[in-house]
Design a protein around this ligand. Structure first.
Ligand code: GDP
Ligand code: ZN
Length: 364
């Protein structure tokens, strides 16, 4: 198996090269169960365990490998088992808080970071264009995507059930500041081709969205269409042999990978200010004009936010959703990795600006 297709790059190579053990090879975690890891490597698919040293030195749950992680492995001659000796740094990660025993979020209780998926390039935010359509929810998912350090892409699914796609798109564009937006119908497979640019070899994505929006249907179509096209090639494919266990990192025939874990499906909000600022940039801009720096926007004189709601420049619902998120953030606030995520967010902003420039010039 070609490691580049799986997402291996110079960033991970550099970290692997720094290890004192020169015989270690890279592997990517497909699934974890009961301390046993299913891993893709250049030696094929292996089952691996963490070395005693690594277990001993682990500081908390977040330093254990998770689906999507790259690890350094030592194979055991004559066995299809391997030992994981190192977790390579993550380029992006999806986490949620887990409350440690005795702790309650928001009460100063201790929470621990639980990493659900690692090294994700694209976060697809899926909404249904049926009764499920909800702008506030899209805002929340956008915050999560930005926090994770990956680029969000919005998918409006079930286009076949909607008579007014254009105005829906316009509404989304208003809250989603230049985030790529694709309208599809997974049921009749229209529009899915437009997702291909994110599913290239080496790229990893996750699909987020409420239950019933069509995530499984989309993922199935993505594997299905391509599988049919490439069926003869796959007969000699080693991968076919191990289809008995369920994979959480799924290789698409297009070359890209999709991570779909039970944990991701029930993701809770794990936010920091960065995601908030991006999603609610308009609210933040009004807030900067408030007379008092610590304005709570409830009844202060000279509050620009309340002023904007009064004049209709700011939607009352949007402000309510901002307040709600802020409250949750306070409960779940984390200070780890703030710098890394700030950089990731900056990079993303740069990318969006570039895309907008290209669009203006008619290159896209
Ligand atoms: P998930 O919970 O997000 O994985 O959603 P599923 O993929 O299980 O889809 C939920 C339901 O929506 C199923 O009955 C699908 O057949 C249906 N569905 C998915 N995509 C479409 C679509 O584009 N149009 C219509 N009309 N139904 C869809
Ligand atoms: Zn104010």
């Amino acid at each position: 198996m070609d490691m580049e297709t799986l997402g291996w790059n110079s960033f991970f190579q550099q970290h692997l090269d720094q290890l004192s053990d020169k015989e270690a090879i890279p592997g990517r975690i497909i699934r974890e169960s009961k301390n046993l890891y299913q891993v893709y490597s250049e030696e094929g698919e292996l089952m691996a365990e963490i070395s005693g040293k690594m277990r001993y030195e682990a500081q908390d749950a977040s330093t254990f490998p998770t689906v999507g992680d790259w690890v350094a492995l030592k194979t055991r001659p004559g066995e299809d088992r391997a030992t994981i000796i190192n977790l390579l740094p993550r380029q992006s990660k999806f986490s949620r808080k887990a409350v440690l025993s005795g702790g309650v979020p928001g009460s100063g209780g201790k929470t621990e970071e639980q990493v659900l998926a690692a090294n994700i390039d694209t976060v697809f935010l899926v909404s249904g264009l049926d009764h499920d359509f909800n702008l506030r929810r899209i805002e929340r998912y956008l915050s999560i995507a930005w926090d994770c350090g990956a680029a969000p892409v919005i998918i409006l699914n079930k286009a076949d059930l909607c008579d007014d796609i254009d105005s829906r798109r316009a509404e989304v564009e208003e809250v989603a500041f230049g985030v790529p937006l694709h309208t599809v119908s997974a049921l009749d497979k229209t529009g899915l081709v437009s997702l291909e640019e994110y599913l290239m070899p080496g790229k990893t994505s996750v699909f987020l969205g409420s239950s019933g929006v069509g995530k499984s249907t989309i993922i199935n179509s993505l594997t299905g269409i391509e599988l049919l096209k490439t069926a003869p090639l796959r007969e000699s494919d080693q991968r076919g042999k191990h289809t008995t266990t369920h994979r959480e990192l799924i290789l698409l025939p297009s070359g890209g990978a999709v991570i779909d874990t039970p944990g991701l499906r029930e993701i809770q909000i794990w936010l920091d200010n960065e995601g908030m600022e991006n999603t609610f940039r308009d609210v933040m801009e009004f807030a900067e004009q408030c007379r008092f720096r610590d304005c709570s926007h409830s009844n202060e004189p000279g509050c620009a936010v309340l002023g904007a709601i009064e004049t209709g420049d700011l939607d009352e619902d949007r402000f309510q959703s901002y307040l709600k998120l802020q409250l949750e953030m306070r409960h779940l606030s984390i200070r780890q990795n703030v710098k890394a995520r700030r950089q990731a967010s900056k990079n993303f902003q740069k990318k969006i600006r570039r895309i907008q420039e290209e669009r203006k010039k008619g290159l896209r």
